[in-house]
Design a protein around this ligand. Structure first.
Ligand code: NAD
Ligand code: TYD
Length: 358
């Protein structure tokens, strides 16, 4: 049994689905179901006894303690977070609550369980095998100049957004709980993910759904900011590998060597849609591109050096950007009902207040 937090979100749900496709080991999935948590993502697991879903907050010690003691997981994988940079700019409080305080409370609950402080009695072999894997982001390293080498695990932390600062704080807490209390932690810092179940507020899914709806494709600033993209299933395989073979206390960067400027990504999506679902009027979806005001404090470039993970644990991504983005666009074309439900209600109201043309 493993305990996953945030497993109804984009990466967490992909992880749970992939885990149960390759393992028979059950998963207990704790998710608060914020606007970003979506049980539709887990619909294919209905009736599968290997998946136990619990709605709850990582910052609720009684709940987490109870689940740990009841299910005695051999590992905890922490995906739960507020994850969207733009939201962190408009309202940082939830980011501090979940990413900082929530991670702290989760660490304390896990420490109590692992050390026996809370009265649980993990035997010595279970205790030595136990791991807590904390899922984090390359954004903690800050922004790279065009001439700088990709982020290694030694790169200093220089977070610039409320989101990245809150994740950096969580990474530091995880590190400290290892150094101070000996908690057997692992941390992964991954580049931008894309793929199925990606909530349509992030660049790639937003562009697909806006394009299909005949709406403007809002590109921030000059569109020349660079992100390093990894297909979500490759992130999931990296997490499984680190959980299986990573050295306790170590940090592993995860990335696919796919640096792309945003505008190029948007043009690639438009070209795929032109091919797969041409507009009725014959024009390219690229005619919908609209340059809008830049994001405040917008990081210019992220790039991940994933050689440690490749060298030490033999992990490699299975997808190139070209294969992954084609799969992703296909997935959104094949799942209009998922998009409609994800876009309903409070989310749609929020989205409609965004993206005023420059
Ligand atoms: P997401 O926003 O899609 O999902 C987050 C999930 O966490 C949601 O299901 C939400 O309901 C849940 N959640 C939020 N607060 C919670 C709380 N207090 N208690 C329990 N559950 C809570 O995010 P994502 O893109 O799937 O990201 C997952 C993790 O991976 C995050 O920690 C994020 O920082 C990290 N990460 C994301 C990316 C990316 O490109 N999306 C890249 C690197 C790292
Ligand atoms: P996003 O998907 O929000 O991820 P992150 O900010 O965590 O990297 O954004 C990816 C890039 O795309 C980022 O440089 C901001 C840019 N962007 C746009 O240009 N337009 C948009 O509508 C969004 C959501 C993002």
């Amino acid at each position: 049994m493993i305990l996953v937090t945030g497993g109804a979100g984009f990466i967490g749900a992909n992880f749970v689905l992939d885990w149960l496709a390759v393992h028979d080991e059950p998963v207990i999935n704790v998710d608060k179901l914020t606007y970003a948590g979506n049980l539709d993502n887990l619909a294919s697991l209905q009736g599968d006894a290997r998946h136990v879903f619990v709605q709850g907050d990582i910052g609720a010690p009684a709940l987490i303690n109870g689940l740990l003691n009841q299910h005695q997981p051999r590992a905890v994988v922490n995906f739960a977070a507020e994850s969207h940079v733009d939201r962190s700019i408009h309202g940082p409080e939830d980011f501090i609550q979940t990413n900082v305080l929530g991670t702290f409370r989760l660490l304390e609950a896990v420490r109590g369980y692992w050390s026996g402080l809370d009265g649980s009695a993990l035997d010595a072999p279970a205790k030595s095998k136990f791991r807590m894997l904390h899922v984090s982001t390359d954004e903690v390293y800050g922004s790279l100049a065009a001439s700088e080498a990709a982020f290694t695990e030694q790169h200093r932390y220089e977070p610039n957004s409320p989101y990245s600062a809150s994740k950096a704080a969580s990474d530091h807490l995880v590190r400290a709980w290892h150094h101070t209390y000996g908690l057997p932690v692992l941390t992964t810092n991954c580049s931008n993910n894309y793929g199925p179940f990606h909530f349509p507020e992030k660049l790639i899914p937003l562009m697909v759904v806006q394009a299909l709806a005949g709406k403007p494709l809002p590109v921030y600033g000059d569109g020349q900011q660079i992100r390093d993209w990894l297909y979500v299933k490759d992130h999931c395989s990296a997490i499984r590998r680190v959980l299986e073979a990573g050295t306790v206390g170590e940090v592993y960067n995860v990335g696919g060597w796919n640096e792309k400027p945003n505008l190029e990504i948007v043009h690639t999506i438009c070209a795929l849609l032109d091919e797969l679902k041409p507009r009725a009027d014959g024009a390219s979806y690229a005619t919908q591109i609209a340059f809008v005001n830049d994001r405040p404090g917008h990081d210019r470039r992220y790039a991940i050096d994933a050689r440690k993970l490749e060298r030490e644990l033999g992990w490699k991504p299975a997808e190139t950007f070209e294969t992954g983005i084609r799969k992703t666009v296909h997935w959104y074309l094949d799942h209009p009902e998922w998009v409609a439900r994800a876009q309903s209600g409070a989310y749609r109201d929020w989205l409609n207040t965004q993206y005023a043309p420059a």
